[in-house]
Ligand binder design. Structure first.
Ligand SMILES: *Cc1c(COP(=O)(O)O)cnc(C)c1O
Length: 353
């Protein structure tokens, strides 16, 4: 079977689009860099820059001045290499096996070593520059404080010694406890740079900054702690097209399981966004889409690819684009979804603009 030749055919505009305010993104990075004091801000760009797309996000962050990027998976390295040098890429999951260690060397991306086993693997397969994660209490990844004296750690060429806060977004005693563990271990490990704070950690003050900070969510318009609210601007502005407009009679219901029934004549618009686009069912009840500044309430259940809204008496027509609320703190409070989940579930059907 020969696929059709599409080289001369323009792909029609998508019914979902994502306007990225790259100026706001750059401003957020510069602000977080400034709030990091003497430390430099890096950028967490794992999970395709929290769903917004590394191909737009990373060049903008580089323009703003970011020079250190954090990924989770080795599979995320290749798309990033088009936009930044390998030495600026840190891979948080570290090398699980020989294949990943070999891939690290082939690409030049720098592994974060998370355990004595990974330390031994990295050294055994040739060693070289790496980062080292200390577990100071979150108990996910990282070597324990009492393991730093191990010969496997002494043999590493550590650029950044890092650790990660469990409760930076809360006023919790745990922050100070983790800080004290990190400080103690920093005195025992030879490393060129120290890195401790994520977005929320930056707001905890200069004790938490060290040499390099690792903001993620706040770059993209998330506000993990109220203290950051005045400093963070919205970056992502999704829009979805109206596919069809219909007139509902009283007694007619809308969507799966007929969860909403008209009690009066209603002009309703079917809109091209659904849970496959990160618009999860939790955003249906009490949710709305915007039309020229007016909010149109969602009717019934969110489907995979569609949602229906009440047009009221507004002249909504097929082909119009409605705005999808994406002020992350507000949408999170209303839907019960975390700001991280709202971003990272965005999906692949948006046209970026
Ligand atoms: C994801 C991640 C970050 C970024 O955290 P935010 O809360 O999004 O600022 C920083 N450090 C590590 C180790 C991470 O996994």
């Amino acid at each position: 079977m020969t696929p059709p030749d599409l080289s001369q055919v323009a792909v029609p505009p998508a019914s979902l689009r994502m306007r990225l305010d790259t100026e706001a993104l750059k401003a957020n990075w510069r602000t977080l860099d400034r709030l990091s004091g003497a430390a430099a801000a890096g950028a967490a760009v794992k999970a395709n820059a929290y769903g917004l797309g590394v191909e737009r996000v990373v060049p903008a962050l580089r323009e703003a001045g970011a020079r250190q990027f954090f990924l989770a998976h080795w599979g995320e390295v290749a798309p990033l290499l088009a936009h930044t040098d390998a030495a600026s890429i840190a891979v948080l999951h570290g090398p699980r096996d020989e294949a990943e260690a070999a891939y690290a060397r082939a690409t030049g991306a720098v592994p974060v070593i998370n355990s004595l086993r990974q330390a031994d693997l990295w050294t055994r397969t040739g060693g070289g520059r790496c980062h080292l994660m200390l577990d100071s209490g979150i108990n996910r990844l990282g070597i324990a404080a009492d393991e730093v004296g191990d010969a496997a750690v002494a043999g590493l060429d550590v650029d950044v010694l890092l650790s990660h806060l469990a409760s930076a977004d809360e006023d919790s005693d745990m922050n100070a406890r983790q800080l004290s563990t990190f400080r103690e271990v920093a005195g025992q490990v030879e490393a060129r740079r120290l890195s401790f704070a994520n977005s929320a950690g930056i707001a905890l003050g200069s004790d938490y900054h060290f040499d390099l900070t690792r903001p993620g969510i706040a770059l993209y318009g998330g506000v993990p702690v109220p203290a950051l609210a005045p400093h963070v601007a919205q970056v992502a502005f999704p829009e979805a097209a109206v596919l069809q407009v219909r007139n509902l009679k009283p007694g007619e219901s809308v969507g799966y399981n007929a969860l909403w029934t008209a009690d009066r004549p209603v002009r309703a618009a079917t809109v091209s966004i659904g849970y496959a686009d990160g618009f999860l069912r939790a955003r249906g009840e009490g949710g709305a889409l915007g039309y020229g500044g007016v909010m149109l309430p969602i009717l019934g259940r969110v489907s995979m690819d569609m949602v229906v809204v009440d047009c009221g008496d507004l002249p909504v027509k097929e082909g119009d684009y409605l705005t999808v609320p994406f002020a992350l703190p507000e949408v999170s409070a209303r839907s019960g979804l975390s700001q991280y989940e709202l971003l990272t579930t965005i999906g692949h059907r948006f046209q970026s603009r």
